[in-house]
Ligand binder design. Structure first.
Ligand SMILES: Cc1cc2nc3c(=O)[nH]c(=O)nc-3n(C[C@H](O)[C@H](O)[C@H](O)COP(=O)(O)OP(=O)(O)OC[C@H]3O[C@@H](n4cnc5c(N)ncnc54)[C@H](O)[C@@H]3O)c2cc1C
Length: 157
């Protein structure tokens, strides 16, 4: 799987279960209705957080957000609200989950299905709201390393 280049997101949950986690097992599933999925390890604090809250939000990281990606994958980070003290966020309007300022885009989702699959669960979310940020360059993950991915603006004829 290290040969498969992906983007990088931070999954977040708001409310009593407030938590954040870096993930790359994230994908669109369906356009109508709009569904996305993320895969979360059973051992992760995030697994219980998503299951309890019944929602999750997704911040799609830009090329300049490697530090945030490392932070939300670091097992030494504090739990709860304290893990967001070094990160600028705003609450999502639909879920209250923290959305990372400066991300390329954001999704807020209601948890609609979950499937156990090996040591992870596949969480399927119905998209309640989606927004684009102004950034252009994505943060990529390939061969176990973060890489900035520059995107040429799309040419219009
Ligand atoms: C590029 C990238 C992509 C990734 N993609 C995915 C992915 O798609 N899916 C996935 O599941 N993982 C993924 N990971 C791994 C994931 O980001 C880390 O393992 C992350 O630390 C797990 O998040 P967590 O906070 O839910 O759990 P943990 O890291 O296990 O816990 C978070 C915090 O809670 C503390 N804690 C844990 N248990 C307790 C307890 N019982 N009492 C008190 N404190 C406790 C820990 O010390 C830590 O401070 C990815 C990592 C990277 C770098």
């Amino acid at each position: 799987m290290s040969r498969f280049a992906t983007g990088v997101v931070v999954l977040t949950v708001g409310g009593e279960d407030i938590h954040g986690m870096t993930a790359n097992a994230f994908s669109s599933v369906s356009l109508d209705p709009p569904l996305v999925l993320c895969c979360v390890a059973h051992s992760a604090v995030m697994h219980q957080a998503v299951s309890s809250a019944g929602h999750f939000a997704v911040s799609v990281l830009g090329a300049d957000q490697e530090q945030q990606a490392r932070h939300f994958a670091d097992k030494q980070r504090p739990l709860g609200q304290a893990q967001f003290e070094s990160v600028r966020t705003r609450p999502g309007t639909r879920t209250g989950a923290p959305l990372l300022v400066g991300a390329l885009g954001w999704l807020e989702c209601e948890l609609t299905e979950s499937y156990r699959a090996g040591d992870h669960s596949i969480f399927v979310g119905t998209v309640l709201d989606s927004r684009r940020g102004p950034g252009q360059d994505a943060l990529l993950f390939f061969e176990g390393s973060f890489r900035p991915g520059a995107c040429e603006p799309r040419k219009t004829s």
